[in-house]
Design a protein around this ligand. Structure first.
Ligand code: NAD
Ligand code: UDP
Length: 311
């Protein structure tokens, strides 16, 4: 059945892949974005599809439309961008959630929140299950993002309990792939761009901190499965790749796959940078029949090809 679907943050990295996938499935897609970190270029190839529309709008102000489903992705995701204007970041998460939940309530739409592994902060249990409450510094550099996303989860759960809004919450772990912004500042894009340009590879700290990297196609598959799951399953559910790598291992892999002569340099670790991150995906496997298929090397090769074409 053809559905009318709103994607906030649709011109960003994940949003543009989501819009493309939903259009390919035959849906009518409205992409809403204020272009803070997203770009028209990410979705311009979709404009020839008559079932695709883009609207410039900021989610901190109310928006009116009739749709069946809402994917709420609007929010800068890279630390340099979300720390650029921390008050705005928090407004985007909190007021954006209130506006999208209010819309969903009024038009009886189903609404999915793109939450994050950052709700676990610098985790004291490993790997992270959805039952873990997290270890977040409420006044640190990352708080505008982490606490904003945590407050958004609270709002989602309470609109569900109080107003019967059909909600879905996914906690996304570090995701990478084509259409990441080359200056986005996240580790995968930074390392690939540095390696391709022959610049030094900047490891923050000693490089022993870990992350688990999910390829974008797998992530989008998990996100759509969550939206289509039974109404009583609201989440939160972890969506990420359990393969865990140190940042030094990632740097070495990128150097090897790009055949680069770049050297690794060590720079100060930003404050509150989590030491480890790995999703327990048992719940996603059970409820959504989902697990990632693309392993790190295969995903990095595709991502390197993309960056070769844009830099
Ligand atoms: P991105 O920065 O590429 O995309 C975010 C999009 O939201 C951009 O197009 C931006 O212009 C738009 N936006 C920001 N503020 C807005 C506002 N006030 N009004 C309207 N649009 C606004 O980031 P991404 O990686 O595509 O992340 C998408 C979502 O997924 C975010 O909510 C992010 O928190 C979440 N997430 C991503 C990751 C990841 O690894 N990529 C991990 C965890 C969570
Ligand atoms: N990082 C790094 N060099 C870079 C960018 C990031 O060593 O050029 C590190 C960063 O300190 C963190 C990890 O890589 O430990 C992942 O950083 P990213 O900003 O991609 O995501 P997040 O910290 O939000 O998981």
């Amino acid at each position: 059945m053809k559905k009318k679907i709103l994607v906030t943050g649709g011109a960003g990295f994940l949003g543009s892949h989501l819009c493309e996938r939903l259009l390919n499935e035959g849906h009518d897609v409205v992409c809403l974005d204020n272009y803070f970190t997203g770009q028209k270029q990410n979705v311009v190839h979709l404009l020839k599809n008559p079932y695709f529309e883009i609207i410039r709008h900021d989610v901190t102000t109310p928006f009116f439309i009739e749709v069946d489903e809402i994917f709420n992705l609007a929010c800068p995701a890279s630390p340099i961008h979300y720390q650029y204007n921390p008050i705005k970041t928090m407004k985007t998460s909190v007021m954006g959630a209130i506006n999208m939940l209010g819309l969903a309530k009024r038009i009886k739409a189903k609404v999915l929140q793109a939450s994050t592994s950052e709700v676990y902060g610098d985790p004291k249990i490993h790997p992270q299950t959805e039952a873990y409450w997290g270890n977040v510094n409420p006044i640190g550099e990352r708080a505008c993002y982490d606490e904003g996303k945590r407050a958004a989860e609270t709002l989602f759960v309470n609109y569900h309990k109080q107003n019967n809004v059909r909600i879905k919450i996914i906690r996304i772990f570090n995701t990478y792939g084509p259409r990441m912004h080359p200056n986005d500042g996240r580790v995968v894009s930074n390392f690939i761009v540095q390696a391709l340009k022959g610049n030094d590879i900047s490891i923050y700290g000693d490089g022993n901190q870990t992350r688990s990297f999910c390829y974008v196609d797998d992530l989008i598959d998990g996100m759509i499965r969550m939206m289509n799951s039974r109404d009583s399953f609201t989440g939160p559910v972890n969506i990420g790749n359990p393969g865990e790598f140190t940042i030094r291992e990632l740097a070495e892999k990128v150097i090897q796959l790009t055949n680069s002569s770049s050297k690794i340099i060590y720079q100060p670790l930003p404050s509150d940078d989590p030491m480890q991150r790995k999703p327990d995906i048992t719940l996603a496997q059970k409820e959504l029949g989902w697990e990632p298929k693309v392993q790190l090397e295969e995903g990095l090769i595709k991502t390197i090809e993309f960056f070769k074409s844009v830099i």
